[in-house]
Every structure is written in structure tokens, then in C-alpha cells.
Design a protein around this ligand. Structure first.
Ligand code: HEC
Length: 142
């Protein structure tokens, strides 16, 4: 009898630990993904570069927020960042220098007056923040 109880206990333990191993890997993730397919997709597309860029934009006043006028690929008030990335690569431009106010506009110089005020904000950003902006823009040129 003792042996039987013991072996039942051992089997129960084995089953319980087996279940433990498989549960975290399988159940939670698909359950939430299946329930919300639409928001799950765009979240997965946010790159590390974009996350770092958005963290910098978070610190900027609403009037100067880059994302109000620029989008990655959709047309906005300003040129798309994909276009900016392409032109900076073609012309070997330096994004950080431009954002520091040390280099001339090379994308749409004739409309620089619309961008100029934002440089007062970007000039005050740290080197790390400026690199985060530049890295993100460059990451869009593939
Ligand atoms: C009020 C709208 C507006 C906001 C806000 C804005 N931009 Fe712009 N941006 C423009 C326009 C318009 C141009 C095109 C003129 C030009 O090329 O300088 C431009 C151009 C640029 C360029 C290309 C410059 C070049 O060499 O011609 C970069 C890079 C840029 N913006 C980055 C930013 C960043 C980073 C921010 C946020 C700190 C920002 N912009 C905020 C409107 C805006």
C-alpha cells in the first residue's frame, strides 16, 4: 500500500513538473495574440532604432515634435524620413551636423524656413539623443 501511494505521488509529481515545463512556453503568448491580431502586428514592427527615436521625441515640446511633420514613409508637412535617409546617403550628408545647426539643408533647402525653428530644439539635445535621431532616419534607407 505504501509503495502504491508513493508511486502515485511520484507519478503525480512527474506529471506536474512536465506540465510546468510546457505551460509558460505555449499557453500565454498565443492566447493574447489571437485575441488582438490587429494591434499585435504594428507593435512587432517597431525597430530598436525607432524606439530610441520615439523616446527622444517624447522629450520635445508638442510644437516641435518631429512626428507631427515627418513620418517614415507617409507624406506629411515635411519630407518622409525615408526620403531624408536616401538623400543624406546619396549626398553623404551629416544628419547630426544639420540638427546641430552646423550644416545646410540638402533635402528641400527652399523650404528650410519651415524646419528652422526645430533646430533651436535639436541644438540643445545631447549627442546621444542626436545620434538616436540620426540612427533611426538612417535605418530607413534599406
Ligand atoms: C512644423 C513641421 C516640422 C517639424 C515639427 C519638424 N520638421 Fe523637419 N522638416 C520640415 C520641413 C518642411 C522640411 C523640409 C525643409 C528642409 O529640407 O530643411 C524638414 C526637413 C528636415 C530634415 C532634412 C533637412 C535637410 O537637409 O534638408 C531633417 C533631417 C528633419 N527635418 C528632421 C526633423 C527632426 C529630427 C524634427 C524633430 C526635432 C523635425 N524635423 C521637426 C518640417 C518639420
Amino acid at each position: 500500500m505504501k509503495k502504491l501511494i508513493l508511486s502515485v505521488f511520484v507519478i503525480a509529481l512527474a506529471v506536474a513538473s512536465c506540465g510546468k515545463k510546457e505551460k509558460p512556453a505555449e499557453t500565454p503568448a498565443p492566447a493574447t495574440e489571437v485575441a488582438t491580431p490587429a494591434p499585435a502586428a504594428p507593435v512587432a514592427e517597431v525597430s530598436a532604432e525607432e524606439k530610441a527615436f520615439l523616446a527622444v521625441v517624447d522629450k520635445i515640446d508638442p510644437a516641435n515634435k518631429c512626428t507631427v511633420c515627418h513620418h517614415a514613409t507617409n507624406a506629411g508637412v515635411g519630407p518622409t524620413y525615408t526620403e531624408v535617409a536616401k538623400i543624406y546617403k546619396e549626398k553623404s550628408g551629416n544628419l547630426v551636423s544639420f540638427l546641430k545647426g552646423n550644416a545646410k539643408a540638402i533635402v528641400l533647402p527652399e523650404r528650410f524656413s519651415e524646419m528652422q525653428a526645430n533646430l533651436e530644439v535639436t541644438k540643445k539635445l545631447s549627442g546621444d539623443d542626436l545620434n538616436a535621431i540620426a540612427n533611426y532616419i538612417r535605418s530607413l534607407d534599406k
